[in-house]
Design a binder for this molecule. Structure first.
Ligand code: NDP
Length: 493
């Protein structure tokens, strides 16, 4: 019998109000993995009410910041204790390599430890005033119930990037995971419960974006929405919440440049290009999908990148030797194929890949693909594909590549490969992206703030700044002079 998963509301597993369920499929084998509740507005309302009740409850209100920090660290320990299971479940759900998941799980508790350490540092400051009798200070307060909407490509990491700072700051949460990856997010809620978070502090409503996700966005009791996903949905969420003046943190798409200069170590740069676009089958917002290679090393870089792409081991994401697994679901595969066809119709040439690989499994596999003869204005170079497809383009000068790299609607990340320190600094100052990597690509840490520029988002994830996104700042003024208050209509001399 197929495993059936319910929502997690108010500390309990909770069946959907209208009894509907959906199924999740293993993208490598196409086997049905489990059924999960198809959330509706009624379920979302119940979850938000549970979170609101928890937020105003005595137990959560009176819990000290130090105690909240302990709970977050305990939550982190439980992730470590259950790491093997969590890695396997997520790999089955979205096709990510098991060995990549094992690596991710080793780092995942750090989110809880880092923000656990910040829970007792949610502080304001004392502000100077121009009157010796007047004291002014600020304090940071939790917002209330926050709605967290997360995607399928790195469900646990992207959920904890939001949940950990939200809880550290004293909020309660309702999470709507992607319909493709509900399993591990429900497990995280169970582990938060086991760690000792009071019932209702962490809730999960599963289901479709257009149903449960939309209902969460529309719920009037929410104090904030934090969303990671496509720019299109992010824009819809921003306009749906605009009239309610609640904050939103939006981590959206990207089309990041990875720039290799003649003076770079080309072998290292080739590895950076490969990691930037083929890791996680290119299904990352920070994928280095626009590769710019300076004319002097263009041929050498292209040769190294295509040679390594050709030797990438594609197959079962559970097998230790596999380097590239399937795409996460059928529509993703269709989208990637369509973009490669579009690139060719626009004048691009497939230097490697472009098709289904020879794999012994029926799933959504696609070859690592390298396009050449593309120009920066083509749709295949401008629009986010979210798959293992790189366009490699030559350039001549630093000025030229800066203009090309910045000529995009997105601004999430950029990579620069050069041995020239002054050039690396010039580039880092002038590239319009929230994260710049010099002689490296894809580094990320809960300690380091990240922000999308342009259409890549608003708001900050990770770092102390991200915890502040889950607070509001109150300014308090105190007049310590107990003497008479001057009549405001009598002008002083
Ligand atoms: P979406 O933006 O559609 O989905 C992201 C999350 O939002 C999911 O939980 C989704 O639920 C939910 N959602 C969808 N529609 C709504 C809505 N109207 N109101 C509230 N929530 C909603 O992205 P997709 O998963 O469809 O991926 C499409 C593209 O988005 C990718 O190809 C890629 O370009 C980009 N993307 C970027 C990511 C990033 O890390 N920046 C991550 C994932 C995708 P459900 O899955 O159930 O529809």
């Amino acid at each position: 019998m197929t495993l059936r998963l319910d929502h997690f509301i108010g500390g309990e597993h909770s069946a959907p109000a209208d009894g509907g369920y959906l199924t999740s499929t293993n993208p490598a084998t196409l086997e049905t993995l489990y059924e999960f509740a198809r959330g509706t507005a009624a379920d979302v309302d119940r979850a938000v009410d549970a979170a609101a009740q928890a937020f105003s409850s005595r137990i959560w209100r009176r819990m000290t910041p130090t105690q909240r920090g302990h709970l977050l660290r305990r939550f982190g320990d439980l992730i470590t204790e259950n790491a093997d299971e969590l890695a396997r479940l997520e790999s089955q759900d979205n096709g990510k390599l098991l060995r990549e998941m094992v690596g991710q799980l080793a780092g995942l508790p750090e989110y809880l430890y880092y923000f656990g350490g910040l829970a007792d540092k949610v502080q304001g400051s004392q502000i100077p005033t121009n009157s010796p009798e007047v004291i002014n200070f600020t304090q940071r307060e939790a917002l209330g119930v926050v709605g967290l909407i997360t995607p399928w490509n790195s469900p646990m990491t992207l959920t904890l990037s939001k949940l950990a700072p939200a809880l550290a700051a004293g909020n309660t949460a309702v999470i709507k995971p992607s319909e493709y990856t509900s399993r591990t997010i429900l497990r995280l809620a169970e582990l938060a419960d086991e760690a000792g978070f009071p019932a209702g502090v962490v809730n999960v409503v599963t289901g479709l974006g257009a149903e449960a996700g939309q209902a969460l966005v529309d719920n009037p009791k929410l104090a904030k929405i934090s969303f990671t996903g496509s720019t299109r949905t992010g824009a819809a969420i921003a306009s749906a919440t605009a009239g309610r003046f609640i904050g939103s943190t939006l981590e959206l798409g990207g089309k990041s440049p990875n720039i290799v200069f003649d003076d770079a170590d080309v072998s290292n740069a080739a590895m950076g290009v490969i990691a930037g676009i083929f890791a996680a089958a290119g299904q990352t917002c920070i994928a280095g999908s626009r590769v710019f290679a300076q004319r002097g090393i263009y041929d050498e870089l292209l040769e190294k990148v295509t040679a390594r792409a050709a030797s990438i081991v594609i197959g079962d994401p559970m097998a230790p030797e596999t380097e590239l697994g399937p795409l996460a679901f059928e529509a993703q595969l269709g989208k990637v194929k369509e973009y490669v066809d579009l690139g060719v119709s626009e004048g691009g040439r497939i230097a490697y890949g472009g098709d289904r690989p020879d794999v012994d499994l029926p799933g959504y596999f696609f070859q690592p693909t390298v396009l050449t003869d593309t120009t920066n204005d083509m749709r295949v170079v401008q629009e986010e594909i979210f798959g293992p497809v790189a366009a490699v383009m030559p350039f001549d000068t630093e000025e030229e590549v800066l203009e090309l790299a910045n000529d995009t609607d997105y601004g999430l990340a950029a990579g620069v490969w050069t041995q020239n320190l002054a050039r690396s600094m010039r580039m880092s100052q002038q590239l319009e992206a929230g994260t710049i990597w010099i002689n490296m690509y894809r580094a990320m840490s809960p300690m380091s703030p990240r922000q999308g520029f342009k259409n890549s988002g608003v708001g900050i994830e990770h770092g102390i700044e991200s915890m502040h996104e889950y607070t509001r700042l109150k300014s308090i003024w105190i007049n310590t002079d107990e003497g008479p208050v001057a009549d405001p209509f009598v002008l002083g001399r």
